[in-house]
Design a protein around this ligand. Structure first.
Ligand SMILES: Nc1nc2c(ncn2[C@@H]2O[C@H](COP(=O)(O)OP(=O)(O)OP(=O)(O)O)[C@@H](O)[C@H]2O)c(=O)[nH]1
Length: 473
């Protein structure tokens, strides 16, 4: 625009200068006409010539100004176009940067998510293979730590009876702000049996476990299945935020808690089933089925470790008479009394089982025949003595016992029980209330390659010959 104005001024200037020159020439003509009596041009033609000349000059100036304006406008337009183009390119570059950053972020999030999903899968496999409640809890915490990375987290689990709750894991960005104490009565998840999310700027949060004044937000999730609460996952933050977790993260955490709950539920179901199928309902002891597995295991262990296992078969004497005299219910009480007394007088490693009816079996690992004999003598004396004073027994209860030892009598569990049963039969024949050890009628042929060497205990070495065994008839 500046350029156009200057061109216009130049044109005006040229116009004025041309008029000035024309005026000078005209004056010169008049001067010559007046002083010398002649002129180069006729005085009458002079204004016309000057006007023509001025017009020519003015036209020329106007054209120049117009041309200058046009070229300047074109230049401005070109510059504007270039400016727009540069702006557009800048925007395009910025957009590309944003796109690439978003793409990177998406890729990173996807990578993290796939890693977390892999952890969830591994966790499921490990939980499915867990064999105890403690193992289930530890596996859950280990994997939750790999899945919930950017928060301050605490995990509580209930014991088998759902009475005591323990803080099994606590970790997070603020190690000092994880749970230190657990207040169950204030746990909203346990109260409401559902996820609980709270944020408050004041100290009065309903979540009793946001026990630090700096905690402004909590998100707690139940670890449950079929309305059975096995645990609580508690996430806390110092930030005042309505949503501690992104919707994706929350979705994953809820799914993980549900998976853990399901595994706890399955484990509990399995334990209950196994208990029900392996336990005798009346006495709570192992039943015949449970005994079979246990005895097999003990015989295998004795082979590997080279020690003896003794099996004792116990029968209550004249129990039919007891039932007939005092009734079946009293008979049941007596059975429970015998079961309890046997269990109380055995070592933790010994196995006490109800074989059926009024028959019990003891499995005594790492126990020689003579040790078992002494122990059983003591036990039948104890049962007789205690039954005398017990309100559960209507009369003194005596027991007959037959014992057999692996590997010297038999290495097979069925044959071992059969041998103990034969010895029991002998005890009954002998007059009851006694212990008889099985003695094979003829020496058992041992295949040295098959049988395992046995470490003799000092007790056996000293008194093996004094054992009052009796050949089974
Ligand atoms: N109350 C009760 N009685 C049972 C149970 N199981 C078996 N019995 C009884 O136990 C008795 C066993 O009797 P027998 O096998 O004849 O043996 P016994 O009378 O003890 O005679 P000996 O063994 O020779 O001393 C039967 O009367 C059964 O009914 C039970 O669960 N509860």
């Amino acid at each position: 625009m500046k350029r156009s104005v200057s061109d216009f001024l130049i044109a005006i200037g040229v116009f004025l200068v041309s008029y000035l020159v024309a005026a000078i020439l005209a004056l010169n003509e008049y001067w010559l006409t007046w002083t010398a009596g002649y002129s180069y041009l006729g005085v009458d033609e002079l204004p016309v010539a000057l006007s023509f000349f001025s017009l020519m000059l003015a036209w020329y100036a106007w054209r120049r100004w117009q041309e200058a304006s046009i070229s300047h406008q074109q230049l401005s337009e070109t510059i504007e176009q270039l400016r727009i183009e540069v702006e557009e390119r800048k925007l395009a570059v910025e957009h590309a940067h944003v796109l690439s950053a978003t793409k990177n972020e998406i890729l990173e999030n996807e990578y993290l998510r796939s890693k977390k999903l892999e952890q969830v899968r591994l966790m499921g496999d490990c939980l499915a293979a867990a064999t105890s409640l403690k193992e289930l809890q530890e596996i859950s915490v280990t994997y939750l730590k790999n899945i919930i990375l950017d928060h301050t987290v605490s995990v509580l689990f209930a014991d088998k009876a759902f009475k005591n709750w323990t803080l099994v894991g606590a970790w997070g960005v603020h190690e000092d702000k994880v749970y230190t104490q657990v207040s169950l009565k204030d746990c909203q998840v346990l109260r409401q049996s559902k996820a609980y999310i709270e944020s408050s700027n004041t100290q009065s949060m309903l979540c009793g476990n946001a026990n630090l004044t700096s905690i402004k937000s909590v998100a707690c999730y139940p670890i449950a299945c079929h309305e059975m609460q096995f645990g609580v996952l508690h996430i806390r933050s110092e930030k005042l935020t309505e949503s501690l977790l992104s919707s994706e993260d929350e979705e994953m955490i809820v799914a993980v808690c549900n998976t853990i709950g399901l595994h706890f539920y399955n484990a509990q179901l399995r334990a209950e089933l196994s208990l029900a199928s392996n336990r005798d309902e009346l006495t709570g002891l192992l039943n015949r089925r449970g005994l079979g597995n246990t005895l097999k295991r003990e015989i295998k262990a004795s082979e590997l470790q080279g020690y003896e296992v003794t099996v004792a078969m116990i029968d209550i004497d004249h129990f039919k008479k007891y039932n007939d005299s005092f009734g079946h219910q009293e008979g049941d009480k007596a059975l429970r009394f015998v079961a309890e007394t046997l269990a109380q007088n055995m070592r933790a490693r010994d196995v006490v089982a109800r074989y059926g009816g009024e028959e019990f079996i003891l499995v005594l690992p790492n126990t020689s025949k003579i040790e078992a004999y002494k122990k059983l003598k003591m036990v039948i004396a104890k049962v007789a003595e205690d039954s005398h004073n017990s309100p559960d027994c209507k009369r003194v209860i005596t027991l007959s016992v037959g014992i057999a030892t692996c590997p010297q009598d038999h290495e097979n569990e069925e044959m071992l029980i059969k041998s103990a049963d034969l010895a029991l039969y002998a005890a009954k024949k002998r007059g009851r209330n006694c212990v008889i050890a099985y003695k094979a009628p003829s020496p058992v042929k041992h295949d040295p390659a098959k049988s395992h060497p046995v470490k003799k205990s000092p007790a056996e070495n000293s008194s093996a010959k004094t054992i009052p065994t009796r050949q089974v008839e």
